[in-house]
Design a binder for this molecule. Structure first.
Ligand code: ADP
Ligand code: MG
Length: 320
């Protein structure tokens, strides 16, 4: 199988065919139509073997993840995903591996209507870079910068589960049965909050997706907005599976610092609480928990029942 055959076999027709793709895979570049009144939202994320997923991870999970982490960034902007490109560096053209990878990627692409419109294929240590492109009505994208004192802080779903799932896979946490399965699945198959992100347009004052740990990503949102955030430890959502396997104190650490959640963390002004309730009541909306509030100042504080708790650090590739 040469490079051309590989692209043709696995990547020429991934995702739905979209009318706004004037040219997809096959030419020197893709040609895409952005409708009048829409803005293009672009993001990219790289996965490195053994760094972003354990060596030996099933290739269908790697393919899913490569797109999921990018769709999560689009979700945090309130964008509707449209297109993606894929730069793939492979040690070898292993057909079984490629078959699985393309299937995992395509499954999520199909779910969110994303067409794969181009990419690059090279030989080297396994590294996957995806660029995702989405659309928002002009002027309506969510940003990290709009949080104001008095806004409430919310998070979707069950942060901490994915990090505990990875810890189980790597033998740093013990557990069996349904709880183990549930947490491992949360790591293996993150579900970006794409539809809910779009529902937060005009509702949230600021938003970020949680990839490097809730406390750290909340710190980024607060810093970008020029405010501080106060989190109430007893309001942090702990999934039943996480609570059962990690116990309360450790579960909270996973929630605050775990990473790989791909949940949405967002702030809502008091006047928009009714609109948030409507968004949360929509069919398919994820669970949402209010975990604290925005105040004047800087940084993130976590308040326990008996005073302030240390804020655990999240993920940083270049931490010294
Ligand atoms: P060029 O050498 O002109 O950059 P390539 O041979 O790299 O062209 O790619 C040929 C076509 O296949 C291009 O349209 C490119 O976008 C697409 N392509 C290459 N690799 C991938 C991939 N992994 N996934 C999707 N499309 C790809
Ligand atoms: Mg090329």
């Amino acid at each position: 199988m040469n490079e051309f055959e590989l692209i043709e076999r696995y990547f020429a027709k991934v995702g739905p065919s979209r009318g706004d793709v004037l040219l997809g895979v096959g030419d020197d570049a893709a040609l895409l139509r952005v409708a009048a009144g829409q803005e293009l939202v672009a993001c990219t994320d790289t996965l490195v073997d053994g760094r972003h997923f354990p060596v030996g991870t099933r290739s269908d999970d790697v393919g899913w993840r490569a797109l999921a982490v990018n769709l999560s960034d689009l979700a945090a902007m309130g964008a509707s995903p449209a297109w993606a490109t894929l730069a793939l560096t492979l040690p070898a053209a292993d057909e079984d591996w490629l078959e699985g990878f393309a299937a995992g990627f395509a499954a999520l692409a199909q779910l969110h209507g994303v067409a794969l419109v181009g990419g690059d294929t090279t030989q080297g240590p396994l590294t996957i870079t995806v660029q995702a492109l989405g659309l928002v009505p002009a002027g309506s994208a969510l940003r990290r910068t709009g949080a104001q004192p008095g806004d409430l802080v919310y998070v979707t779903g069950w942060p901490g589960d994915a990090a505990a799932g990875l810890a189980l896979l790597e033998g740093r946490l013990a557990g069996q049965g349904a709880n183990r399965g549930a947490l491992e699945t949360k790591f293996r198959r993150p579900e970006p909050r794409v539809a809910f992100g779009q529902r937060l347009r005009g509702v949230a004052s600021a938003a970020i997706d949680v990839s490097d740990g809730l406390a750290q990503d909340l710190g980024r949102l607060a810093a970008a907005s020029g405010v501080a955030a106060v989190v109430r430890a007893q309001e942090l959502p702990l999934s039943r599976a996480l609570y059962a396997l990690a116990g309360e104190a450790r579960a909270r650490d996973y929630v605050l610092a775990g990473g790989d959640d791909y949940e949405l963390l967002f702030t809502v002004p008091p006047a928009a609480r009714g609109a948030l309730a409507a968004a949360m009541a929509a069919s398919g909306a994820p669970a949402c928990h209010c975990i604290g509030e925005i105040v004047a100042g800087r940084g993130v504080r976590v308040l326990g029942e008996r005073g302030e708790l240390p804020v655990p650090r999240g993920w940083d590739h270049f931490a010294t």
